[in-house]
Design a protein around this ligand. Structure first.
Ligand code: SF4
Length: 424
């Protein structure tokens, strides 16, 4: 239907938007697009086409009110006349660019969408996440597994059995995506079970030899050894996400061993060791996840940025991600300082980007990925009526998380009522 609706006048457009609002519990049409301004220019981001259109201030005012307020048609006509808006020109542009025709919830009920969904499900699950162990040798003060955080398990003593881990790979062979499979290892600290991790990789190499397999794991780095590095140098398509919060004074504030001793010295020694893999393995990739904890300030972000930018042993393509902790993981003692309302990362990024001389400079910066997603968004001439599934609503269709005991979890936290052991 989308792309074929032609508005004859503002009344048509008004009725279309009102009907759209009536299908939303929020009674708002802001999912059709948003008005935003930058450097005194106004823009319309259109969700149906992905286009960003430069508009004048009066049109911005009208579009904002059409999509966000409950104005009567008379009110809309008043705005058009009092702001001297050229109604015919506005309708021409909306028709020509196919604007304001974003995804409608009713489209989920059509047979075309169901066919598309069915095909996606048939392709099989593509990512398997194995919780190799509940154990961890560290006790970060914001860890989701620390005592006192509701909704998560506590630190445990259990690791996954070899039999269960290999069964999960058999499952991927039988029911996984037939082209590409992503296998991720999670914990606790997965390197506590390095032998198991290695067994799973070696088994996958044989069992899934007819497809591309990519491996990844997240680690606190403290247990990495030279012999582990030797092994990882031989694994194709391996990505390692390292948890480092910044320089010693920042990192050691929260990332500590159980005796409260800071881990920075051990972490950095091993980070350097890990980066040796780049010389031997061109498919290897490493990223850093840094948790941004209070007290928040611009100077703290600059300190973290300087620290990661001046590491001499990391490769050119190295990136780090600075993010807030999830709300459930903030210790009670500092909860009042949580990120709500903090804009320091956003402000720093905005300032950083405006100082860039060219897009090439921006590409080389570590914050490019967020902007890159916007830059590479799908843009279509006519509004698209297709919304891709994000894996949240069909349990296990894209990502499958297997706990140490075989429980399966759909990412998003809903537990299946089935154990992996019983799938065979
Ligand atoms: S390393 Fe990870 S699992 Fe271990 S205590 Fe720290 S945050 Fe928790």
């Amino acid at each position: 239907m989308s792309g074929k609706v032609i508005f004859k006048n503002v009344e048509d457009l008004y009725n279309y938007i009102e009907e759209y609002k009536s299908t939303k519990s929020s009674n708002s049409a802001n999912s059709l697009g948003i008005v935003f301004d930058e450097h005194e220019y106004f823009y319309w981001y259109d969700s149906g086409t992905g286009k960003v259109i430069n508009i004048d201030k009066d049109i911005a005012f009208l579009l904002y009110n059409l999509t966000n307020s409950n104005l009567s048609l008379d009110n809309v006509v008043d705005i058009i006349s009092s702001h001297n808006i050229d109604e015919l020109n506005l309708i021409d542009v909306v028709n020509e660019e196919d604007l304001l025709k974003g995804f409608k919830i009713s489209s989920l009920h059509c047979s075309d969408f169901l066919k598309h969904t069915h095909k996606e499900i048939q392709d099989g699950v593509s990512q398997l996440i194995l919780e190799l162990t509940e154990k961890c040798n560290m006790r970060c003060k914001y860890c989701i597994y620390s005592e006192g955080y509701s909704g998560n398990r506590s630190f445990g003593t259990v690791s996954m059995s070899r039999n269960l881990a290999l069964k999960a790979i058999d499952y991927m062979d039988k029911d996984g995506d037939s082209n590409v499979v992503y296998i991720s290892f999670y914990g606790g600290e997965p390197l506590i079970e390095f032998d198991l991790l290695k067994d799973v990789i070696e088994y996958s190499k044989q069992k899934l030899s007819n497809r591309k397999v990519t491996y990844s794991f997240t680690t606190n780095l403290t247990l990495l050894t030279p012999s582990m590095v030797d092994y990882f140098s031989t694994v194709d398509n391996l990505s390692v996400m390292c948890s480092i919060d910044g320089p010693k004074s920042i990192h050691d504030q929260y990332r500590v061993y159980s005796n409260q001793r800071g881990t920075f010295e051990d972490v950095m020694k091993n980070f350097k060791l890990l980066c040796n893999i780049f010389e031997k393995n061109k498919t290897f990739n490493v990223t850093v996840n840094a948790v941004y904890m209070p007290p928040y300030s611009k100077s703290k972000i600059e300190t973290i940025y300087d620290f990661f930018s001046n590491l001499e042993f990391v490769p050119d393509k190295f990136t780090y991600r600075l993010g807030y902790p999830s709300p459930d993981t903030i210790p009670e003692s500092i909860k009042y300082e949580t990120y709500k309302g903090d804009m320091s990362i956003q402000n720093w990024q905005n300032e950083f980007v405006t100082q860039m001389n060219s897009f090439e400079d921006l590409k080389e910066s570590s914050i490019i990925s967020g902007y890159d997603k916007i830059h590479k968004r799908a843009i279509t001439i006519s509004a698209s009526n297709r919304i891709s599934l994000n894996g949240c609503c069909i349990p296990g269709y894209r990502r499958l998380y297997v706990r140490t005991n075989g429980d399966l979890i759909q990412l998003g936290g809903h537990k299946f009522s089935v154990r992996f052991d019983f799938l065979f």
